[in-house]
Design a protein around this ligand. Structure first.
Ligand SMILES: NC(=O)c1ccc[n+]([C@@H]2O[C@H](COP(=O)([O-])OP(=O)(O)OC[C@H]3O[C@@H](n4cnc5c(N)ncnc54)[C@H](O)[C@@H]3O)[C@@H](O)[C@H]2O)c1
Length: 249
């Protein structure tokens, strides 16, 4: 029994890493889960692990950048449970490291598709159902890179800034309804995403965390769980720092 009993949460990019940790935490709190990921094998494996812990879940395989993936996730949630209470836009990629003059627009488009178009598509498909019920909690996983701007990471930093901008806009569009939209800006957490960065780039990011350690997936999931709950009631369009003291605003 938990404070999310009977609720339904769509969690994108939840086959591994932070997304999996969030799915696990929300299900511990009582939520049913739609696990969205484009890595079919990993999603089946992670889905089985969660199901073995008595979690009621559906798996939706697809690229978040394709609106059809969001449409399918919504359909699955409504067919099985008739409701969507929570949307966690977590799927994200790091992209290549390099100065802007060393990268090309194709790389920018690739990172943009997952990190921003994916968030847009899922909000676009899910929000009408939340408005209808006058209840919903949306949490977008941005990054400290979107606030501070990491050098040699323009596509990642800029698309994460875009997620912050989207959160602020949509939060205002829905203010006064029961649908709240917030985002979080984590600093480094040890997951597979770090394999996409050079060791120097990871060192740059870790060295800037004043508390002197990386974040834990369970710490990120705990903040997301609160933002996904009814207890969060007076925050919308807001950016929640979870960066071990790195954020300067
Ligand atoms: N790990 C960190 O240090 C860190 C810090 C700040 C923010 N974040 C953000 O947290 C989120 C999760 O990151 P993570 O570290 O767990 O990454 P990860 O690489 O460990 O996991 C990402 C998951 O998303 C899936 N995914 C990626 N692109 C997808 C797409 N287009 N469609 C569907 N699924 C897709 C992957 O298959 C994987 O299961 C990302 O948005 C990331 O930018 C991570």
């Amino acid at each position: 029994m938990g404070n999310l009993d009977g609720q339904v949460a769509i969690v994108t990019g939840s086959a591994t890493g932070i997304g999996y940790g969030i799915a696990e935490r929300l299900s511990n709190d009582g939520a049913n889960i739609i696990m969205v990921d484009f890595d079919a094998e990993l999603a089946e494996q992670s889905g089985s692990e969660l199901a073995a812990k008595n979690v009621d879940l559906e798996i939706c395989i697809g690229d978040v950048a394709n609106p059809e993936t969001a449409q399918e996730a919504v359909r699955k949630a409504l067919d099985k449970w008739g409701r969507i209470d929570i949307l966690i836009n977590n799927a994200g990629i790091g992209g290549k490291n390099g100065n802007i003059w060393e990268l090309d627009v194709e790389e920018l488009d690739r990172v943009y598709r997952t990190n921003f178009r994916g968030v847009f598509s899922f909000c676009h498909e899910v929000i009408p159902h939340m408005i209808e019920k006058d209840y919903g909690r949306i949490v977008n996983i941005a990054s400290i890179a979107g606030k501070e701007g990491n050098p040699r990471m323009v596509p990642y930093s800029a698309t994460k800034s875009a997620v912050i901008g989207l959160t602020k806009s949509v939060g205002k569009e829905l203010a006064g309804t029961g649908v709240l939209v917030n985002c979080i800006t984590p600093a480094v957490v040890q997951t597979r995403i770090l394999d996409q960065f050079t060791p120097d780039q990871v060192k740059y990011m870790v060295d800037r965390i004043p508390v002197g350690r990386t974040g834990e997936i369970t710490e990120i999931a705990a903040l997301v769980a609160w933002l996904s709950s009814e207890e969060c009631s007076f925050s919308t369009g807001a950016v929640f720092d979870i960066s071990g003291g790195r954020a300067t605003y």
